[in-house]
Design a protein around this ligand. Structure first.
Ligand code: SF4
Length: 363
């Protein structure tokens, strides 16, 4: 076995060996082993969570829409009642390398959402009530299939903000059936502190988006003027629960927060504000994915016809065709993505979802 006693001796080693010894591991974020939080919950706490989940369903104020409806009898703003509606369940390979690994992330795409983003990149799922109605037990059985048949690294709950009680009950059912992989809560961040309290002890990784900063922007594009204030409160609560993103030695994330920001056309200054806030108010060690794949989608770029209203008989010339949300009807530019990244670095953030510069994983 080779031992090195002085710094001087490193300089005499061949460069190929030096490269091999440089593992690029950051010990504070490296775990020897990991047991999901839901397996550490006592039976008493699990029973309390079950009864809280049913109580929330009977009078739902669980997201910022605060409808107050009995979801066993009717639906609120999200249009989903007692049972979660699920559009797709499958191993998924479109996530960050540390989430999808080699076997995929066990993804569950919930139908509908409590936001109505006009640019939604998943609008065929989130804006339409398509899919299977599943009880919490049926949902938990699907997690088991993903684990046993799909051999996936985790269960990835996508757009779950409006079905948190059903999700909590499904995790508790799956734990009784032998689930042993981490749970990911993959959210827009339009959550409430009450729903995050219900998830405390059940979720291992929070994957929150932070989309836009200004209330006027979120009112126009997300249909919620309180979005950024809610996201700030929610992401802080998530970080208080699980901390910064941690990995096992195979490079797979097991616990913590990974924040995503999709850079939007012309909104790079809002992205910069989000980065500064993360560094100053959450953690400089927060793991961030600054995403560049925005494309016009959903309502963006659709033609709408406006009519002049000056009285008299209308002619063809009085009609004017316009593109909806024209200001974001283009792909994002490289320099816009770069400026958000530079703002993040200036603020002190350093853990980004970049392709590794070495042979290993980004930890
Ligand atoms: S989860 Fe649905 S029913 Fe409950 S408050 Fe939100 S929008 Fe309303």
């Amino acid at each position: 076995m080779l031992t090195l006693t002085t710094r001087q001796s490193l300089h005499h080693l061949p460069s190929s060996l030096l490269r091999k010894r440089s593992l690029h591991l950051a010990p504070p974020f490296l775990l020897d082993d990991y047991t999901p939080r839901y397996l550490q919950l006592s039976e008493v706490d699990a029973a309390k969570k079950r009864s809280q989940a049913y109580a929330h369903l009977a009078k739902c104020n669980l997201c910022p829409r605060k409808c107050g409806v009995n979801r066993f009898e009717k639906t609120g703003w999200c249009l989903i009642g007692e049972k979660a509606k699920v559009n797709v369940i499958a191993p998924h390979f479109g996530e960050e390398p540390c989430i999808q690994g080699h076997h995929g992330s066990g993804s569950v795409f919930f139908s509908m959402c409590n936001l109505r983003c006009v640019f939604c990149q998943n609008h065929d799922i989130s804006h339409q009530r398509n899919g299977m109605d599943l009880t919490p037990e049926e949902l938990g059985d699907w997690y088991m299939k993903l684990q046993e048949v799909g051999n996936v690294h985790n269960i990835n709950l996508i757009t779950p903000e409006h079905v948190v009680p059903q999700v909590a009950l499904s995790i508790l059912h799956a734990r009784s059936q032998g689930l042993r992989i981490p749970i990911i809560y993959n959210t827009s961040s339009y959550d409430s502190l009450e729903s995050l309290a219900l998830l405390d002890g059940l979720v291992d990784i929070y994957l929150p988006d932070f989309k836009v900063w200004e209330p006027s922007t979120s009112k126009r594009l997300l249909k919620a003027d309180d979005y950024a204030a809610t996201a700030r409160e929610s992401i802080k609560a998530m970080h208080a629960q699980v901390g910064d993103l941690c990995f096992t030695g195979d490079g797979i994330a097991k616990s913590g927060v990974l924040v995503r920001h999709l850079v939007m056309p012309g909104l790079e200054e809002e992205g910069a504000k989000i980065m500064r806030w993360l560094a100053e108010e959450v953690s400089r060690d927060v793991f961030v994915n600054i995403m560049e794949q925005y494309r016009p989608s959903a309502h963006v770029g659709k033609v709408q016809t406006r009519r002049k209203t000056h009285g008299g008989e209308e002619t063809e010339g009085d009609k004017k065709e316009e593109r909806r949300y024209a200001e974001i009807n283009r792909a994002v530019k490289g320099e816009e993505v770069e400026s958000v990244r530079k703002a993040a670095e200036r603020a002190g953030l350093w853990r980004f979802c970049d392709p590794p510069k070495h042979d290993g994983f980004n930890i």
